[in-house]
Write a protein that binds this ligand. Structure first.
Ligand SMILES: [Zn+2]
Length: 344
């Protein structure tokens, strides 16, 4: 009998639940608005109801592999205790895994949404394209998430907090970050950061395009700035160049530390790839000797053996989190298997 899994992408705006079997598209997806105003208990009831509906519908034809949940924000493993969820404040410190296991009577895997997006990208996106089982992915959204996949499994670190590359400091003493530090990547390469940097640039003066945009639409988005830059506005292009510099410096640290074959940049802001890619690659080359000797653009005579480090935009779109949540039960994390070995 083929196996199936149920995955959940618990976002601040939407709650998406899917049934998935290997070798097929989603068997079925359910999308509900995340009714934040109704509070945690109401969301939990809806969430459990949707999971139970899919379990009941597909358990006859398929064997259940498990249930995976993707949540925003960091969490503590193995307990599956959520730490700080910026868009769902009454979920802070909530023991999501235990609570859902008690309500549903089945084992639950919980994982950070950037980690599961990286898992999906590794299995079905650029990881498959490049034929690799390990990668590091940066997700540029409201914040900057990241995930590290080693040999097909999420790398959790000691207690689930590995892969927080969005908080690599790129400018010591720089912009205040929500994590409490100053100058994190997230403050220079997220959609929120792009809007902030554009307002800062307009305040400096001599940025007529951005000033006009801000007057016309005071709450303009990163996409509005993207359109302005695409139309050739010099100061808007400078903002995306700043995104590229921050990404290049951060990728250099990751390349120097991890020495993986593939680094993927995804999330909504990654659609501006063409605008930030040149500065990103310039700074990566400047700051990473490992990249310089494994640069795919070098001739074979200059490059170290056949080793190449690839930097690529993500292939999977907004379904990556939901697909990754479904894939979770089919994988066992490297750290849990190490823990199991230690116990054995
Ligand atoms: Zn930070």
């Amino acid at each position: 009998m083929k196996s199936f899994a149920v995955g959940v992408d618990l976002g601040g705006t939407n709650l998406r639940v899917a049934a998935y079997s290997h070798g097929s598209e989603f068997l079925e997806t359910i999308q509900l608005p995340t009714r934040r105003e109704s509070g945690r208990e109401a969301i939990l009831i809806e969430l459990c109801g949707a999971i139970e509906r899919l379990l009941a519908r597909y358990s006859g034809q398929f064997q259940l592999e498990g249930v995976g949940i993707a949540t925003p924000g960091p969490m503590e493993l193995p307990e599956g205790r959520l730490l700080i969820l910026p868009n769902l404040p009454d979920w802070n410190n909530f023991q999501l895994k235990n609570e859902l296991e008690a309500r549903l009577g089945t084992p639950i895997l919980v994982e950070n949404d950037a980690n599961v997006a990286a898992l999906a990208e590794c299995k079905y996106g650029q990881g498959r394209e490049y034929g690799v089982e390990s990668l590091c992915m940066l997700t540029l959204g409201t914040g900057v998430g990241s995930g590290i996949i080693l040999q097909g499994r999420v790398w959790h670190g000691m207690n689930g907090m590995a892969g927080e590359a969005g908080h690599i400091v790129v400018y010591p003493g720089g912009a205040q970050c929500g994590c409490g530090s100053l100058g994190c990547l997230e403050q220079y390469a997220s959609a929120t950061a792009v809007v902030r940097m554009a307002h800062e640039r307009a305040r400096q003066g001599d940025a007529p395009g951005i000033t006009h945009l801000a007057l016309k639409k005071p709450k303009f988005s990163s996409h509005d700035l993207f359109l302005l830059a695409k139309a050739g506005d010099v100061q808007a292009l400078e903002v995306f160049a700043a995104v590229g510099r921050a990404l290049g410096v951060s990728l250099a640290s990751l390349v120097n530390t991890l020495n993986l074959e593939l680094y993927v940049v995804g999330g909504g802001l990654a659609s501006a790839w063409e605008l930030f890619e040149p500065e990103m690659m310039n700074h990566l080359r400047q700051c990473s000797s490992i990249f310089r000797i494994t640069d795919p653009d070098l001739g074979d005579g200059q490059r170290m053996a056949a080793a190449k480090t690839f930097i690529a935009p993500a292939k999977l779109g907004s379904d990556a989190g939901l697909l990754g949540a479904c894939l979770l039960p089919f994988t066992v994390s490297v750290s849990s298997s190490l823990q199991a070995q230690n116990i054995a």
